[in-house]
Design a protein around this ligand. Sequence first.
Ligand code: NDP
Length: 343
Amino acid sequence: MSVDARVLFLLICTQMATAVDVPKLLLNNRREIPAIALGTFLGFDQNGVVKSIDKQLCNVVLNAIDLGYRHFDTASVYNTEEEIGEATQKKIAEGAVTRDELFLTTKLWNTHHERYQVLQALKESLKKLGTNYVDLYLMHWPMGLNDDYSYSDVDFMETWRGMEDAVRLGLAKTIGLSNFNKEQVKRVISEADMKPAVLQIEINPQIIQTDLVSYAQAEGLVVMGYSPFGSLVKRFGMDLPGPKMDDPVLVEIAQKYGKTTPQVVLRWMVDKKIIPIPKTINIKRLKENIEVFDFKLQENEIQQINGFDRRVRFTLPSFWQNHPYYPFEKIENPIPDPFAKKS
Ligand code: NDP
């Protein structure tokens, strides 16, 4: 073997060796779901939802697959389905992964809550993702909206019937809910033909949602936690009250395991059987965030982190708070709707 070939071989081996083998959780339909998902919502700016520029997100997903990520979390409203599709198709074509090894989660947007609209919206997402099924389809919010973003009174159980149609047609392998409160989850469970398998909600040290998580897990739903870093990082100019990167409690735990504080927070969720959905477009942090399966927190450390709970939400769409199906607490001065801007 020439020197060049040997160097190439070593490089390939190193890359293979660094890919993390992510464990999986069992869903109530006997399918499996990887225990960490890459978040792909790029945020808001003055023009509404931020779009990926120069295939940045496609590149992140290509790197993520090399690092061992198999689960990608998107939504029709994120504008990232196409680049996820492009990257995953490329990796499948190269033989790096098979479609079966990937787990694609996307979400139904609020403007498509009529039963017949669910399949239309899902087919649009499938086209963008370049696949003929998603592994998980979530109802993004319980509230329906009309095209002009005025409130629609379509019942989320009507929407759920459309989600069930998607499973019957094989377009979604699994269905679930996002941003539903406990009473709403209960209603879906009691009235559905197909029980939801997943609940995706905000979870991070300052909003741990113990009651809702325990209820959902006791009912056999797998919980996914979005915005896992919470107050550790500033996002879109928002600085939440709560622990920061250099919090002494987190730093002490991180030092004990030779990890960083973001890794400790992700592991805290993994240890509670919650799937964290960290988002990053930085390749170094992409690697950091998946290296959380080679250590385990002790119960007292989990409790210490639980102790940060202040029930402070990062995602609080108060502009929808007068909708009859709004799931959260109301506030005094609701903010303008950033999604409506793009329509
Ligand atoms: P995250 O907690 O993932 O925080 C993302 C921020 O943390 C970014 O600014 C990122 O910056 C930074 N970051 C990532 N990793 C690290 C690290 N190791 N060290 C320091 N900083 C880091 O929150 P998000 O609100 O972005 O949520 C994550 C995902 O959850 C979304 O992308 C989406 O998929 C999902 N979500 C779902 C919602 C729903 O309604 N169902 C609502 C909100 C989110 P950088 O990119 O520069 O690394």
